[in-house]
Design a protein around this ligand. Structure first.
Ligand code: V47
Length: 357
């Protein structure tokens, strides 16, 4: 079976569901990693990307209670917070001062019961007007769906208005795992996997590129992971709108789904199989916040070509026990990448190369 997979890849043929399941069940991580690394180099040569960015989570007040989430709070609950637009702008000013400049702001928050859609528009409008050179990657498909419901507008109209006001890219969050049985246990109040895919398809249709994620290492099976990857691959065949795929390694602390952290082997295998199955998504991101810096570095030799960025402030994974730092420096990212013998490529939101180190 392995030689058949090698043959398919060398002849440019697609792997199928059985191939993906076989790879997930294979114990020889070196063999899988080598295949994924070779495949990755065909797409991205020997480059490994990073970006000078800042994450901002404007509020943790959420109407949903996803069982894997340790970040969300109810209104008035201890630990709940709301950021004003001035506070968000001040955070960006501070980051620009400390780093020299920022290429991207990543904004993901919660389904706030009271904030109107106009607040989010004002947020990105103000960011774009003060920082025209910062790419805005903001609001997951789950948030977009919520804006549409709250404001009684069509999803297409929401997307177009966000775009007109400065939105560049949509992050990949909210995909979790598409299998409805697992999803109903993890996050019964959240939109379905089908709806997530529908909203992302609309975003691609109106010309907004997006990322995609998969939350793994909780109660899902390998079949569920493969089903998730194949659904993303099918949509990418149709639209071509995905820029990057980010497997999110489950962080279990302070959550309602109490399992162990995924192992390092599982993390590397998931990166590698994702690279091999998602042959039409250009970038696979090793999110160092959830993998830890050291494993994210190794993931660059197991099929990943991007290590995210400086981040500066992170709350979602760290509420759930992420063991990484919350911020890193350009020097550290370059050092991690260079040690893999890959070439550090600083990028913008769209993966245009800004500088090679
Ligand atoms: O959708 C929540 C995940 C996501 C936990 O597009 C958890 O570049 C692990 O969207 N353990 C939001 N994960 C984060 C997100 C993201 C992150 C990095 C890069 C990009 C990108 C997007 O965080 C949620 C959910 O799947 N999450 N709780 C947890 N306990």
């Amino acid at each position: 079976m392995f030689s058949e997979i090698e043959r398919k890849l060398s002849q440019g043929q697609r792997l199928n569901k059985e191939d993906a399941l076989y790879l997930f069940n294979l114990d020889d991580i070196h063999k899988i990693g080598k295949l994924a690394d070779e495949f990755c180099r065909k797409i991205n040569s020997n480059r490994a990307y990073f970006i000078i960015n800042r994450h901002i989570n404007p509020t943790n007040i959420c109407i949903n209670r996803c069982r894997f989430c340790a970040f969300s709070r109810s209104k008035g609950e201890e630990g709940s917070y709301e950021m004003t637009i001035d506070e968000i702008l001040a955070g960006l000013r501070e980051a620009c001062k400390n780093m020299g400049y920022l290429s991207e702001v990543h904004i993901v928050s919660a389904l706030h019961p009271d904030w109107p859609f106009e607040y989010y528009l004002e947020m990105i409008k103000n960011i774009k007007s003060e920082f025209p050179n910062i790419g805005i990657k903001a609001f997951t498909a789950v948030e977009i769906d919520y804006f549409a419901k709250k404001s009684n507008l069509r999803v297409e109209d929401i997307l177009n208005r966000l775009k007109e006001n400065g939105l560049d890219i949509i992050p990949g969050g909210g995909a979790e795992i598409f299998n409805s049985e697992v999803r109903n246990i993890l996050c019964p109040e959240k939109i379905s996997g089908e709806r997530w895919l529908e909203i992302i398809k609309l975003a691609h249709k109106v010309g907004i590129k997006t990322n995609a994620t998969m939350l793994y290492g909780h109660i899902e099976s390998y079949e569920d992971r493969v089903d998730h990857l194949l659904k993303l691959r099918d949509l990418q065949d149709e639209t071509g709108g995905f820029l990057a795929f980010i497997p999110l390694s489950y962080q279990p602390e302070n959550t309602d789904i109490k399992v162990s952290y995924p192992s390092g082997i599982d993390d590397l295998k998931t990166i590698a199989v994702s690279r091999l199955i998602l042959d039409n998504i250009p970038h696979i991101k090793a999110y160092w916040i959830m993998l830890g810096e050291k494993l994210a570095q190794l993931a660059l030799l197991f099929g990943a070509d991007c290590i995210e960025g400086t981040v500066i402030e992170e709350k979602i994974a760290h509420s759930a026990g992420a063991r990484s730092k919350i911020s890193t420096t350009v020097e550290e990212l370059i050092h991690l990448i260079k040690e893999t013998d890959k070439v550090p490529a600083e990028r913008d939101s769209f993966y245009n190369i800004l500088r090679i180190y």
